[in-house]
Design a protein around this ligand. Structure first.
Ligand SMILES: [Zn+2]
Ligand SMILES: [Zn+2]
Length: 393
C-alpha cells in the first residue's frame, strides 16, 4: 500500500477511536457502531479481560485484578501523575533531540529553543499547583463559613450531613470517597492530578488545560514549520520535479513529498500527530469546562441536574396521564354531553402534550462576569468569607 494511504487509514482509525471514546455515549450515536466501540473501550474490554483472567487463573486471579483496580481507581495514588511527567518529559526529549538541530532554521529563530523550555516549565508549574493545592476542604472549623457562602437551593441541594465527616454538608460540596474528605464546590476527582478539583483549584485546573492546549498547538505548528523549512532548504520540490521528471502539481508531488517526510523525519511526524490529537482532546475538555465555569455549574452538578430533569419529566407525564384518565372517566359518566365530531376529536391535543417543560433554575448562575470572578477569586479566599467567621464565632 502506498505510504499516503497508510497515513489516511491511520488518521481515519485514530479519528474513529477518538470520536467513539469521547462522544459514543451521545444519544445521536445510539445503536450505531460508534456506540458499540465506545462501550467496548470504556468498560467492555476490561470486562472481557476480567472474564479471561477468571477462566485462566480462577477467582484468585480476578481478586488480584480487582485489588489492583481498587488501588489504581479508588485510592489516592500517583500513577497518572508519574505517567503525565513521563509523557511531558518524553515528548520534550524527542522534540529537543529531533527538532533542535534544525533551529534556527528557514522559518524559526533560535529563540524557540528557550521559549519551548519556558512553555514546558510553566505547564509543569500549573500541574504542581493543581495537584498540590487545597481544592477547598470543608472541615469542622470552616463549615459555618461555607454554609453561609453557599446557600441551599432546595432543588439539587438541601440540608444534609456528611455521614463520614460528621459535619453539615454545604451546598455544592461533595464527599470525595477517594480522598476521604468533603470538598466545597466539588467538580470531580482528577486522577491525573491525584487531587479533587474544587472551589479553590478550579482556576489552576483551567489554566493547566488552556496552557497545555496552547503548548500542543505551538509544538505542532513549530514542527510543521521546521519540516516545511527543511523542504525549502533542501529544494525538495525542485529535485522531485527535475530528477524524477514529474510535473509541479499537488497531486503528482504529494505522494513523493509524503514518502520523503516518512523516510527522513518519522520521529517528527509521530510527535506532530501525537501533539495534534492531544491538542484536539484538550480543546474539547477545556471548552466543556469553560462552559461549566461561565454558567457556574460543576461536572458533579450536571449529573444532579440530569437526574432532576428526568425525574420531573416522569412526574409531569404521570400527572398528565392521570388528568387524561380522569377526563375520559368524566366523559363516560356524562352521557348527556353531545358526541364530539370525528374531526374535532382528531385535531384535539393529546393530554400528554400538555406536559410542562422542566426548567433548570440554577440560582448559583449570577451572570458570566461574576461566575468567572468566582473561579478566579474563590469565595473562601475573599475577606467577606473570613468576616463570617468572626461574626459566627
Ligand atoms: Zn465528608
Ligand atoms: Zn478527591
Amino acid at each position: 500500500m502506498a505510504p499516503q494511504w497508510v497515513l489516511v487509514c491511520h488518521g481515519l482509525v485514530t479519528l474513529l477511536v477518538l470520536v467513539s471514546f469521547l462522544c459514543g455515549h451521545w444519544p445521536i450515536f445510539k445503536g450505531t457502531p460508534i456506540q458499540r466501540i465506545h462501550q467496548f473501550i470504556t468498560f467492555g474490554a476490561y470486562d472481557y479481560f476480567l472474564r479471561f483472567v477468571g477462566v485462566v487463573f480462577g477467582t484468585k486471579g480476578t481478586d488480584a485484578v480487582l485489588s489492583v483496580e481498587y488501588f489504581c481507581c479508588d485510592r489516592p495514588n500517583p500513577i497518572l501523575q508519574v505517567l503525565y511527567l513521563a509523557i511531558l518529559g518524553g515528548i520534550y526529549y524527542l522534540i529537543a533531540k529531533s527538532i533542535f538541530v534544525y533551529i534556527p532554521g528557514y522559518y524559526l529563530s533560535g529563540l524557540h529553543r528557550y521559549t519551548s523550555l519556558l512553555a514546558v516549565g510553566v505547564g509543569l508549574l500549573l500541574f504542581l499547583l493543581t495537584s498540590f493545592s487545597d481544592p477547598g476542604t470543608v472541615k469542622a472549623e470552616n463549615v459555618s463559613q461555607y454554609l453561609s457562602a453557599y446557600p441551599y437551593d432546595n432543588i439539587i441541594y438541601s440540608e444534609k450531613e456528611c455521614s463520614t465527616c460528621k459535619i453539615p454538608k454545604p451546598a455544592r460540596s461533595k464527599h470525595c470517597s477517594i480522598c476521604n474528605r468533603c470538598v466545597s464546590r466539588f467538580d470531580h476527582h482528577c486522577g491525573w492530578m491525584n487531587n479533587c478539583i474544587g472551589e479553590r483549584n478550579t482556576r489552576y485546573f483551567m489554566a493547566f488545560l488552556l496552557w497545555h492546549f496552547l503548548i500542543c498547538v505551538y509544538g505542532t505548528v513549530a514542527i510543521v514549520l521546521v519540516l516545511v523549512g527543511r523542504a525549502k532548504e533542501l529544494r525538495v520540490i525542485y529535485i522531485l520535479t527535475v530528477y524524477y521528471g514529474i510535473e509541479n502539481s499537488f497531486f503528482s508531488l504529494a505522494p513523493h513529498v509524503v514518502q520523503w517526510l516518512l523516510s527522513s523525519y518519522n520521529t517528527q511526524i509521530l510527535v506532530t500527530v501525537f501533539l495534534g490529537i492531544v491538542s484536539l482532546l484538550l480543546a474539547g475538555f477545556f471548552g466543556y469546562h469553560a462552559k461549566l465555569c461561565l454558567t457556574n455549574t460543576t461536572t458533579n452538578e450536571t449529573f444532579k441536574w440530569q437526574e432532576y430533569v428526568s425525574w420531573q419529566k416522569k412526574l409531569n407525564e404521570a400527572r398528565a396521564s392521570a388528568a387524561a384518565l380522569k377526563a375520559s372517566l368524566n366523559g363516560m359518566s356524562s352521557e348527556r354531553k353531545p358526541p364530539e365530531s370525528k374531526w374535532r376529536s382528531f385535531f384535539r391535543k393529546s393530554p400528554l402534550e400538555d406536559v410542562e417543560v422542566v426548567v433548570k433554575s440554577n440560582m448559583y448562575d449570577k451572570g458570566f462576569i461574576q461566575n468567572l470572578s468566582e473561579i478566579i477569586f474563590p469565595l473562601s479566599t475573599r475577606a467577606s468569607f473570613t468576616q463570617t467567621k468572626s461574626k459566627s464565632g
